[in-house]
Design a protein around this ligand. Structure first.
Ligand SMILES: *Cc1c(COP(=O)(O)O)cnc(C)c1O
Length: 416
C-alpha cells in the first residue's frame, strides 16, 4: 500500500454544515466570526488577475475547479455575500448555489426579469404576497408578459394551466398561501412543467415553511426563493432575500442581472443574516410548536368561527398536499372572529403580548388584519375568492412561552 491514505469524504448534516463551511478564519485575521468587509472596490493582485476577473464576471470564460478569483466591485459580489451564499446552501436540500438580494422582492423580481421575455407567459398561484402581485400587475403585464392566475390548492387547474399556456417560461408557486395557508402541490406542478416543450422554471416562494419544514427543490422545483426578512433573519431588524437552486448556472445568471440592477445584499446585512442561520431551525421548531398548541386550543373558542392551520385542515386534498410536502405545520395561523371587522379590531386592541404589525417570522409574536392592511388592495371579489373575510386575523407566533400567548389570546376573545 502506498502512502495514498485519503480521509473518507464525509458529508455533514445541514446544522453542522452551516457552521463549518464557507468561512475561512485565516481570511479574517483569525476571527472566529467573519469580519465585515465594507469596501466598495477591491485591489487586484496583478493586471492579469484583473483581466481574468472581468473575463469571468462578464461570462467570457468559466472558472477552473480550484481557481481563486479576485473580487472586483461590491455591486457584483463581496466577501460577506460569498460567505453567506456558501453557508446557506446546505439549509436547502438539493441546492447547489445561492444568490442573496437586498429584499425578498428584489430576489423575486430578479428571477422573473431574468427568465421571462415580453410575449412569454407565466403561471402563478393566488393569493400571492402583495408585493409579488403588484410586481406582476404593475411591471410585468405592462411589459407585455402574460400572467395566468390559478387558485391556490387547485392541483388540476395548476396542471392544466401549465400544460396549455403558450410560451410558458415560469411557474411561480407560493405555498402555503398567505393568510389562509392553502397549500399547492409542488411536485405535481414540477411534473407538469417538465412535460411541456418550453420546460418552464418552477419557482417556489418558500418563506412561510422553509428552509426547515418544506423543501421545494427535493420535490422537483428549480428555485426556492425567500424573504430572508422573515424566518431566516428572525428578529424583524433587517430586509433580505435569497434564491437557491439546483443548477449553479441558473443562479449565476441571477447574479449577473443582480450586478446590473444593483440589488445585492449589503455587507452588514450579509453578516447579520449569516449569524442568524445556525438558529433558524431552532427558532422555527419552537415557533411551530407554540403555534400548534395555541391554534388547536383556540379552534373551539365560541368567538372563533374558523381557524386556518395545517393540522386543522379538513379538505382531503389539502391534507394530502400537507402530508406530502411539509414536515411540520409552521408558526403562522389565521382565524375568523365572529362579528366581522369590528370584532377583529376589538381583538387586536385587547391583545397585549403580540403586537399589531405586518410581517412575520420574528421571535416576537405579531398580529394583523389582512383585509384592511396586507390584502387591502385586492378587490372585494378577489378577497372573497381568496377566503380573506372582514373578521380574519393573522397571527405570526414567536418564541415566547406559549401559555402566556394562549392566555392573552383567550382573554381577548373572552372579552368580545
Ligand atoms: C415578506 C414576503 C415577501 C417579500 O419580502 P421582502 O423582504 O419584504 O421584500 C415575499 N413573499 C412572502 C411570502 C413574504 O412573506
Amino acid at each position: 500500500m502506498s502512502g495514498n491514505r485519503r480521509k473518507t469524504a464525509y458529508v455533514v448534516r445541514p446544522p453542522t454544515a452551516v457552521l463549518t463551511r464557507g468561512f475561512d478564519p485565516r481570511l479574517s485575521v483569525g476571527s472566529a466570526r467573519p469580519a465585515v468587509f465594507r469596501s466598495s472596490t477591491y485591489v487586484f493582485s496583478s493586471p492579469e488577475a484583473a483581466e481574468r476577473a472581468f473575463s469571468l464576471a462578464l461570462g467570457r470564460s468559466r472558472p477552473a475547479a480550484d481557481e481563486s478569483v479576485d473580487l472586483i466591485y461590491s455591486r457584483l459580489s463581496h466577501p460577506n455575500a460569498e460567505i453567506l451564499e456558501d453557508q446557506i446552501v446546505p439549509l436547502e436540500p438539493s441546492a447547489t448555489a445561492a444568490a442573496v438580494f437586498n429584499s425578498g422582492m428584489a430576489a423575486i423580481s430578479t428571477i422573473f426579469l431574468a427568465n421571462c421575455q415580453p410575449g412569454s407567459s407565466f403561471v402563478y398561484t393566488v393569493p400571492l404576497y402583495g408585493g409579488t402581485q403588484h410586481f406582476i400587475h404593475q411591471v410585468l403585464e405592462p411589459l407585455g408578459l402574460i400572467g395566468i392566475a390559478v387558485p391556490a390548492g387547485d392541483t388540476i387547474a395548476l396542471r392544466t394551466a401549465i400544460a396549455s399556456a403558450r410560451e410558458l417560461r415560469l411557474v411561480f408557486i407560493e405555498t402555503p398561501a398567505n393568510p389562509t395557508l392553502r397549500m399547492s402541490d409542488i411536485a405535481d406542478a414540477a411534473r407538469a412543467a417538465s412535460a411541456t416543450a418550453t420546460r418552464p422554471l418552477v419557482v417556489v416562494d418558500n418563506t412561510f415553511l422553509g428552509p426547515t419544514f418544506q423543501h421545494p427543490l427535493t420535490l422537483g422545483a428549480d428555485v426556492a426563493v425567500y424573504s430572508a426578512t422573515k424566518y431566516l433573519s428572525g428578529l424583524s431588524d433587517m430586509l433580505g432575500g435569497v434564491a437557491l437552486g439546483r443548477d449553479p448556472d441558473l443562479i449565476a445568471q441571477l447574479r449577473g442581472l443582480r450586478a446590473i440592477l444593483g440589488n445585492i445584499l449589503q455587507p452588514d446585512e450579509c453578516w447579520m443574516l449569516d449569524g442568524r442561520l445556525p438558529t433558524v431551525g431552532l427558532r422555527m421548531a419552537r415557533q411551530s410548536k407554540n403555534a400548534q398548541r395555541i391554534a388547536e386550543s383556540l379552534a373551539g373558542h365560541r368567538c372563533v368561527e374558523r381557524l386556518y392551520y395545517p393540522t386543522l385542515f379538513d379538505e382531503p386534498e389539502q391534507r394530502r398536499i400537507r402530508d406530502a410536502q411539509c414536515r411540520f405545520p409552521g408558526g403562522i395561523f389565521s382565524f375568523d372572529v365572529k362579528g366581522g371587522k369590528a370584532a377583529a379590531f376589538d381583538f387586536l386592541r385587547r391583545v397585549t403580548i403580540a403586537r399589531n404589525a405586518v410581517s412575520l417570522g420574528g421571535v416576537e409574536s405579531l398580529t394583523c388584519h389582512p383585509a384592511t392592511t396586507t390584502h387591502s388592495e385586492l378587490s372585494v371579489e378577489e378577497r372573497q375568492r381568496a377566503g380573506i373575510g372582514d373578521g380574519l386575523v393573522r397571527v405570526s407566533v414567536g418564541v415566547e412561552d406559549w401559555r402566556d400567548l394562549l392566555q392573552d389570546f383567550r382573554e381577548a376573545l373572552d372579552a368580545l
